[in-house]
Design a binder for this molecule. Structure first.
Ligand code: NI
Length: 201
């Protein structure tokens, strides 16, 4: 296994639409080794997810894994999951504003609107069909990762550029309020215990 270099904002490969993977291609040792590398790279960089185009491989493959993530301590845990050729469907009209960051966009965060309930169909890494449903911040994570497969970055979804912030300034000026908001989202969509007082907005 190997830790791969992560492409950074400005690399044209991040802006391309990735192509679907065939079942035969997925089963090859080379593709399976690539998926191992993608996972190792995600873990090494403490990402909540990583999409193949972020390491220069323009195929519709991405991984998500959230477990006490130091980059996103308020994100609910999510088991290691590999998505191949994912198709996402929005359920309902709930949307929340989330501060996102990205391993391909160094030292920047910004507020993006994300649907709070989605259904996903995809193959797992062995080509077995999966159907998943996600609510809350996990639904946002899926949208972020799948956007990469279409050449989109979170900065494209930032509606107000004035919300852009470095990570240090986020910690100083926005973190406390956003962590409360994230906890409210977890409570509203996952039924987790609510930790903050007052109205949820
Ligand atoms: Ni990203």
């Amino acid at each position: 296994m190997a830790v791969l270099p992560i492409l950074q904002l400005g690399d044209p490969r991040l802006r391309q639409v990735s192509r679907p993977v065939t079942a035969a291609e997925l089963a090859t040792p080379a593709t399976q080794a690539f998926i191992d590398d993608l996972i190792e790279t995600m873990h090494h960089a403490h990402g909540a997810g990583l999409a193949a185009p972020q390491v220069g491989d323009l195929r519709r493959i991405c991984a998500v894994h959230v477990r006490k993530n130091p980059r996103y301590p308020y994100k609910p845990d999510h088991p290691l999951t590999v998505f191949v050729n994912p198709v996402i469907e929005v359920v309902g009209d709930a949307v929340e504003w989330i501060y996102e960051g990205c391993l391909s966009v160094p030292d920047l965060r910004g507020l993006v609107p994300r649907h709070m309930h989605v259904r996903v169909t995809a193959w797992d890494r062995h080509g077995q069909p999966m159907a998943l449903e996600a609510r809350g911040l996990s639904a946002g994570t899926y949208q972020h990762e799948f956007d990469h497969l279409d050449g989109l970055l979170f900065v494209d979804r930032v509606a107000d550029a004035r919300t852009l912030t470095t990570w240090a300034e986020f910690d100083k000026h926005h973190k406390a309020e956003f962590v409360a908001h994230a906890q409210a989202i977890n409570a509203r969509y996952l039924g987790a215990p609510e930790k903050n007082d007052g109205p949820i907005e």
